[in-house]
Design a protein around this ligand. Structure first.
Ligand SMILES: NC(=O)c1ccc[n+]([C@@H]2O[C@H](COP(=O)([O-])OP(=O)(O)OC[C@H]3O[C@@H](n4cnc5c(N)ncnc54)[C@H](O)[C@@H]3O)[C@@H](O)[C@H]2O)c1
Length: 462
């Protein structure tokens, strides 16, 4: 059975490569000729740990190939996965242009029965739309081939995508007939050897499951961000609160981190798309509206923390190191990264910025317009040199243990704005920083620590 994956981006490339790794014969198709040329030569256009070796290995074994040719690849394949982008429309809905175009291209070249699989995140009802598009084109072509449309949403996390795909927590298959579901079951069977994680359901529920999962994840983040703002005022420590509530099995410890708000290519647009579809259906979504609003205001709240710190002299001509640009660690994805908003706000106020990210520098250069006040640095130390303050926006592991004495010595000021709560506030104060984080009381280098805290600090290195 030959599998075609349409769209060789973060999801399509990982899907195609992992399916090939499991022994399937896979063709990855993209309309981006440059990308396809690079991939044919084993050059990976994105940063995703573990992917490059896997692509090279499967290219060499001839289980994986790349093309721009719809006719030949559709005709060769039995199953066509759609993994194209579904970005946000100006009204906040899901833009299905690429899905529809790709589905139409498949229909134009079908030469027999095919299974068309929606792997992209698409609103409930999209499989039906795809079915209609394909049917109409086949009718025009006078080519009465049979086909099925399946919903198979993807749950991989960028930065851990290969592992997530190879060891899925679940695989959702939305199907309206058992034969097509059986084909999907066979494709995923090598991933289910340890135990069965395939959930076969109806198409609408499968489409909804993806949005429901992202809505739940976004809700947890906004919930923690809202709590963090309360903690900043009442003296509680959000990290302690996180551990306290996370130990309750009904709540769980994962995905409870406060920060500068969620970003990336999924959560922001998917929450908006679910809200947009609900509006069309006449369903109010006060909870999802609040999740979105809290996320939007969280980055502004963090910016206000910085501007308030400098309220006497203002931000004009202040220099900041920005540590981390990608929306999260282990990826170069800059889509809807909170760093973009912070950088723009700081530039608007006349600040000068020294940027550094371990892997997202090239991607960031494409997103941030050239500006006299932006300097691109080679590492976190270079970025911090001569700065008034450091702003940490992405929790890259390499930022965890650094020579803070050397860093502080090279700086003009001593402010540290930590959007990801990477350090212990009291340790940072002892090291000489004014340290402002999320949901925790700020500490200032000139402040005396309360005696009991000094004692606890000495005893436990908290
Ligand atoms: N990125 C993630 O972490 C993630 C996780 C789960 C689900 N998703 C969903 O998966 C889908 C794809 O996301 P992505 O991040 O991989 O997008 P992406 O932008 O990285 O990749 C999409 C690719 O599709 C190609 N493409 C567009 N139209 C095409 C067409 N007509 N024919 C062939 N190729 C075409 C583009 O050139 C691009 O290479 C989206 O719906 C997204 O919401 C993404």
């Amino acid at each position: 059975m030959i599998l075609l994956v349409v769209g060789a981006g973060y999801v399509g490339l990982v899907t195609g490569t992992c399916l090939a790794e499991m022994g399937h014969q896979v063709i990855c198709l993209d309309i981006d000729e440059r990308k396809v040329e690079q991939l044919k030569n084993g050059i990976i256009p994105i940063y995703e740990p573990g992917l490059e070796e896997m692509v090279k290995r499967n290219l060499k074994a001839k289980r994986l190939s790349f093309t721009t040719n719809y006719a030949a690849s559709v005709q060769a394949a039995l199953v066509c996965f759609l993994a194209v982008e579904t970005p946000e429309t100006p009204e906040g809905g899901a833009n299905l242009h690429c899905i529809k175009t790709a589905a139409a291209s498949i229909a134009e070249h079908m030469n027999g029965y095919k299974v068309i699989v929606n792997k992209s995140t698409v609103p409930v009802g999209t499989a039906k739309e795809v079915k209609t598009i394909v049917k109409e084109i086949l009718k025009k072509r006078n080519a009465p081939y049979d086909f099925d449309v399946i919903s198979n949403p993807e749950f991989l996390k960028e930065g851990a995508a290969v592992n997530d795909f190879m060891k899925p927590e679940r695989v959702i298959i939305g199907a309206d007939n058992t034969e097509a579901a059986a084909i999907m079951k066979e494709i995923y069977s090598p991933f289910m050897l340890t135990y069965e994680r395939l959930i076969i359901t109806d198409i609408a529920s499968a489409e909804m499951i993806k949005y429901a999962a992202n809505a739940m994840l976004a809700t947890r983040i906004s919930f923690m961000n809202e709590l963090s703002r309360i903690c900043e005022e009442n003296g509680a420590d959000i990290n302690e609160v996180r551990k306290g509530i996370g130990s309750d099995k009904r709540i769980g410890i994962n995905f409870l981190y406060p920060g500068v708000g969620y970003g990336g290519s999924c959560l922001p647009k998917d929450i908006k798309a679910l809200r947009a579809q609900s509006r069309v259906l006449g369903v109010d979504t006060p909870l999802l509206d609040a999740v979105d609003l809290v996320n939007h205001t969280q980055i502004i709240h963090f910016f206000t923390k910085i501007s308030t710190y400098y309220q006497e002299k203002g931000l004009r001509d202040k220099t900041f190191a920005i540590w981390g640009l990608a929306f999260k660690p282990d990826t170069d994805d800059m889509r809807a990264a909170p760093s973009i908003t912070i950088i723009q706000e700081l530039l608007n106020q006349g600040a000068k910025l020294r940027l550094y990210d371990p892997v997202a520098m090239d991607a960031a250069r494409k997103v941030l317009l050239p500006h006299d006040h932006l300097a691109w640095c080679h590492n976190e130390y270079e970025a911090a040199a001569q700065s008034d303050g450091i702003i940490l926006l992405t929790e890259w592991k390499q930022f965890r243990f650094l020579d803070f004495a050397a860093i502080l010595k090279s700086m003009k000021g001593n402010a540290f704005f930590d959007g990801r709560n990477q350090y212990n506030p009291h340790q940072m104060k002892v090291k000489g920083f004014d340290y402002l984080s999320v949901g925790r009381t700020p500490v200032y280098s000139h402040q005396d620590l309360p005696e009991d805290l000094i004692q606890r600090y000495k005893e436990s290195e908290i």
